[in-house]
Each structure stands twice: as structure tokens, then as C-alpha cells.
Design a protein around this ligand. Structure first.
Ligand code: NAD
Ligand code: UD1
Length: 340
């Protein structure tokens, strides 16, 4: 089937395009390149031998988005990644986030209605849970007040899809990602943070390669075994594969409800120091880091209850933390080689 992948030149989108193509789907990417590069299309082609169709425009533009759906009436479904995702920036420029993330989704839903496209996979986040009261966190855990406008856009987007599906023929699968890291084993695609990374793993690999002076570990006084905060890190390729399962589930009419929600994680929590030690092991080098104060807004610990995704989707995140860190390091090395 032909699948629209919005944000398909981005980090998770590009890995998903590869998995979709390798499962026999035809892909059309829409991305305005606000946080990615057109050259990613070439890289995808190098991996799969198939060049995905690519259109560059802003999905927050209603006219262009509806025109796209007018021209593509043969879509089997949409996987919607396109959004702004920098949590800190969303605090200082909230309207930019509400406008982009919500208008894009609304335009896509209108386009789907117009073109009779019924299946939507949406990128949500474990950020909707805040600091859960019970761990591991299940999909039925309460949604807490969002700490950032970014997190709020994910909560609102989930509601928009749920409300729309009640009155229109839209099936939705909402995927709540935990912490995606790592890169494709070919080292041809990976995460390309623009500017100074906010996330842990790109900061580690950029420090090791000499682009940053040292990693700052935000807090060692949490109520965790080594005092540093705990997250559920998931390999981006495992995450990408779940999207293929999700879209196929709806295409085959196997979804049990119009809107289904799944946690995508490994179910295992690792501390910041665990991640550093794994990196040191796979790269055979010491990382320069120091412990500093907690980062405002960080939750102490979160990891997923993955049983629902495992049982219902028949999907498992198989890759270990070492696999994730090695692939992230190989990607950083490949970027350095490409620049040389
Ligand atoms: P990314 O920034 O690498 O990819 C998003 C892509 O969308 C970019 O290529 C960007 O150019 C494009 N885009 C943004 N706004 C657009 C618009 N209006 N029109 C067209 N294209 C647009 O981000 P990612 O890490 O691949 O994240 C993908 C999705 O997953 C996002 O919705 C993000 O919020 C969500 N998510 C990511 C993480 C994570 O840790 N990376 C965690 C939870 C959820
Ligand atoms: C953050 C976002 C989350 C978003 C995700 C992906 C917040 C509060 N949450 O998750 O909504 O979905 O990114 O973009 O911003 N750390 C350090 N030093 C660093 C960087 C991070 O010690 O330089 C620590 C953090 O304190 C945290 C862990 O590493 O404990 C992971 O951080 P990060 O990669 O930024 O992801 P989250 O904060 O979990």
C-alpha cells in the first residue's frame, strides 16, 4: 500500500520509511525540512534501493495539505511524525509549537476525510504521563498536567484524534514513545540534531568525538540506585518497526477499537550513568562528564509497561542498550567521516 509519512526525512520518520519499504510498502514523504535535510532521501535510497517519493511543503498550510490529498487519493494510510519537538524551545515560543503541531494534524485529518483515507498512526510521547505514580507505566495511567507546551500539544493531539474518530471514519493508533536513541546499522541515517543537542545520547557522542567539551549529568540525588534519573531507552529501528505493525494492523482491519494506544519502550529503565557506562564499553573510551544540578522539569524515573504492545501488536523491542549506544557511536563516526 502507499503510505504518507509526514516528517519522513526526520530522525524517526527516516528509519520508518526504510522499514516500510523493506516490508513492501510504497512511501510518499512530506517534510518541509525545518529540522532535516533533503539528502536523507538519497540515504534512504542507498539503504533500500528504492527512492521514496518526496514533497517539500508545510503541513500547517491548509491549502497545500488539502491539495496534496486531492492528488493522492490512493493512500492506504498516514504515519504522522511531522512536529516540532524541542521541549525547552516550546517554553519560550509556545505559539510556534501550538500552531505547527496542531494545525498540521488538523489539516491532515481534513485531508484524510476529503480523500477518504481512514488510517492514521500518530507520534505521541511518554511525556503525556509526566512523573507516573506507578511504574512501569501502563497506557491507562492518568494523563498529568503537561509541563511544557510541547507535551501539551501531544495531549491535545491525542484528544483531537479521539474526538474526530467518533464522528468520522478515522482509525487511529497513538504510539507513546519512550526515549528513542541509536541509528540505522548502515550508519547512513541517524539523528541529526541542529545546534547544541538537548538530548542525552547525541550529547554523549558529540562529547566523545570532540564537538563538546564535557557532558553534564543533570542530578545525582534522585531516588534511584545510583542517584541519576532513569528512562526507558529504545532503539530507533525497533521503534520504526512498530509503525509498520501499526499501519498493517489497520490496513488488515485487525484493530479492535477505532483509536488504540500503545506504549513503545523496552520495559527496562536505565540511569544516566548506565547509559554512559554502556557508551564507554562499546566505544572503548572514557567519557568526560561531571555531575551538575538537576535540570528543571525532568522527571525522576519512567519506564514502560510494554505488555499491551507486546501481546496485541506482537511486537518486541529486541535491541539492547549496548546495541543502541554502538549504533549511535557508529553514526557519529560516520558523520565525522562525511565532514572530513
Ligand atoms: P525530527 O525533528 O527529526 O522529525 C520531524 C520532521 O518533521 C522534521 O524532518 C521536520 O522537518 C518535519 N516537520 C516539522 N514540522 C513540519 C511541518 N509543519 N510540515 C512538514 N514537515 C514538518 O523529530 P523526530 O525525533 O523524528 O520525532 C518525530 C515525531 O516523534 C515528532 O512528532 C516528535 O514529537 C515525536 N517524538 C519524538 C521523540 C524523540 O525523542 N525523538 C519522543 C517522543 C515523541
Ligand atoms: C525529553 C523530553 C521529552 C521528549 C524527549 C525526546 C523533557 C523534560 N522531556 O525527554 O518530552 O519526548 O526529550 O525529545 O525535556 N541528561 C543529562 N545530560 C544531558 C542531557 C540529558 O544528564 O546533557 C539526562 C536527563 O536529565 C534525563 C536523561 O538524560 O534524565 C534523558 O534526557 P533526554 O535525552 O533529554 O530525554 P528526556 O528528558 O527523557
Amino acid at each position: 500500500m502507499k503510505i504518507l509519512v509526514t516528517g519522513g526525512t526526520g530522525y524517526i520518520g527516516s528509519h520508518t520509511v526504510v522499514e516500510l519499504q523493506q516490508s513492501g510498502h510504497e512511501v510518499v514523504i512530506v517534510d518541509n525540512l525545518s529540522n532535516s535535510y533533503a539528502s536523507v532521501v538519497d540515504q534512504i535510497e542507498k539503504i533500500t534501493g528504492i527512492r521514496p517519493a518526496f514533497e517539500s511543503f508545510d503541513l500547517a498550510d491548509p491549502k497545500k495539505t488539502l491539495d496534496f490529498f486531492d492528488r493522492h487519493r490512493d493512500l492506504g494510510g498516514v504515519i504522522h511524525f511531522a512536529a516540532y519537538k524541542a521541549v525547552g524551545e516550546s517554553m519560550t515560543e509556545p505559539l510556534k509549537y501550538y500552531h505547527n503541531n496542531l494545525s498540521s494534524l488538523i489539516n491532515i485529518l481534513k485531508g484524510m476525510q476529503k480523500a477518504g483515507v481512514t488510517n492514521l498512526v500518530f507520534s505521541s510521547s511518554c511525556t503525556v504521563y509526566g512523573q507516573p505514580d506507578v511504574l512501569p507505566v501502563t497506557e491507562s495511567a492518568p494523563i498529568k498536567e503537561a509541563w511544557s507546551p510541547y507535551g501539551h500539544t501531544k495531549q491535545i493531539s491525542e484528544k483531537i484524534i479521539e474526538n474526530t474518530s467518533r464522528v468520522n471514519e478515522i482509525n487511529g493508533i497513538l504510539l507513546r514513545y519512550f526515549n528513542p536513541i541509536g541509528a540505522h546499522e548502515s550508519a547512513l541515517i541517524g539523528e541529526l540534531p541542529i545546534g547544541i543537542p538537548n538530548n542525552l545520547v547525541p550529547f554523549i557522542t558529540q562529547t566523545a568525538i570532540g564537538l563538546r567539551d564535557k557532558l553534564r549529568v543533570f542530578g545525582d540525588d534522585y531516588d534511584t540506585p545510583d542517584g541519576t534519573a532513569i528512562r526507558d531507552y529504545i532503539h530507533v529501528v525497533d521503534l520504526a518497526k512498530a509503525h509498520v505493525v501499526a499501519i498493517d494492523r489497520m490496513l488488515k482491519g485487525k484493530n479492535k477499537k477505532q483509536v488504540e494506544i500503545f506504549n513503545l519502550g523496552t520495559g527496562k529503565g536505565f540511569s544516566v550513568l548506565d547509559v554512559i557506562h554502556s557508551f564507554e564499553k562499546v566505544s572503548a573510551q572514557k567519557l568526560n562528564y561531571e555531575i551538575v544540578a538537576r535540570r528543571p522539569g525532568d522527571v525522576e524515573k519512567v519506564w514502560a509497561d510494554t505488555r499491551f504492545a507486546n501481546e496485541v501488536l506482537g511486537w518486541n523491542a529486541g535491541k539492547s542498550l549496548d546495541d543502541m549506544m554502538l549504533s549511535a557511536w557508529n553514526w557519529e563516526l560516520a558523520l565525522k567521516k562525511a565532514k572530513a
